[in-house]
Design a protein around this ligand. Structure first.
Ligand SMILES: [Zn+2]
Length: 258
């Protein structure tokens, strides 16, 4: 009888330890990702707001991982938590269908207080660049205009998101060439259909017979980035206006946005 009591107490102790541990883990998880950040994502990032509870957790984990991998630096501008969330969300959204993929070709994102020209000076005449992926000495760097980054998430009615645009250039560049054909994303059987669809849509753009941002007609790389902004920001509209393009982008990004 005494033996039974001891076994009972031991079982009770083990149960208590398991419950204590689970609670502690839960606390660590919440400390990892501030509640304030969850609130901001809900309010500001539509893509996140539409995810399921499980997917939201994965999104938050991806944000945390990205911010460990990549530093964000302000050039004559201070960096807020919202800036960090916008940059990280721009990175996480295009890769959300690839749970194990990380940006290995990026160390730092610079945020400028305004637009900049291609020599990276903000005060010169040609003040029209909103974002770019660095090359040469600026390799492994991305530059974004802070106001443009915000506009991408806060202007809900247009099809633009400069953060997503630049991260898609990085994905495109990961195979060695920024050519509008992201070999790392695209399964082989979709390669030819993608190239054909892209050229048809670029023709329509050049003939001013399209609602896609005309900048996408500049070349294949810009086309990919521009339609990806559209895809992630206004998926329903893209599906309605360009059903074939929509379907192949869903395959490319492995995301069901319909
Ligand atoms: Zn571009």
């Amino acid at each position: 009888m005494e033996y039974g009591v001891i076994v009972f107490l031991i079982v009770l102790l083990i149960l208590a330890l398991i419950i204590f541990n689970a609670k502690r883990k839960n606390r660590v998880k919440q400390e990892d990702f501030p509640e304030e950040w969850t609130r901001m994502l809900h309010e500001k990032v539509d893509f996140y707001a539409q995810l399921s509870t499980v997917e939201k957790l994965r999104f938050e984990k991806n944000i945390t991982q990205f911010l460990k991998d990549v530093s964000i630096t302000g050039i004559e501008v201070s960096i807020t938590d919202l800036d960090k969330l916008y940059v990280a969300s721009s990175a996480v959204i295009p890769l959300f269908g690839f749970p194990f993929w990380r940006y290995r070709n990026l160390n730092e994102v610079l945020l400028y207080k305004d637009t900049f020209n291609e020599e990276f000076a903000t005060e010169e005449a040609n003040r029209n660049v909103l974002g770019m992926v660095g090359s040469g000495a600026m390799n492994r760097m991305m530059i974004l205009s802070k106001p443009a980054l915000h506009q991408g998430f806060e202007n809900k009615s247009n099809k633009s998101n400069v953060g997503i645009h630049e991260f898609v250039h990085l994905l495109d560049k990961a195979d060695g060439e920024t050519d509008g054909i992201p070999d790392v994303l695209l399964e082989k059987q979709y390669l030819i259909p993608w190239i054909k669809r892209m050229h048809t849509e670029i023709e329509d753009l050049k003939n001013e017979n399209s609602d896609i941002n005309p900048y996408g007609a500049k070349n294949e790389a810009e086309f990919l980035s521009v339609v990806s902004e559209y895809f992630f920001k206004q998926p329903e509209l893209l599906e309605k206006k360009h059903p074939e393009l929509f379907v192949i982008l869903e395959k490319m990004y492995k995301q069901d946005l319909a």
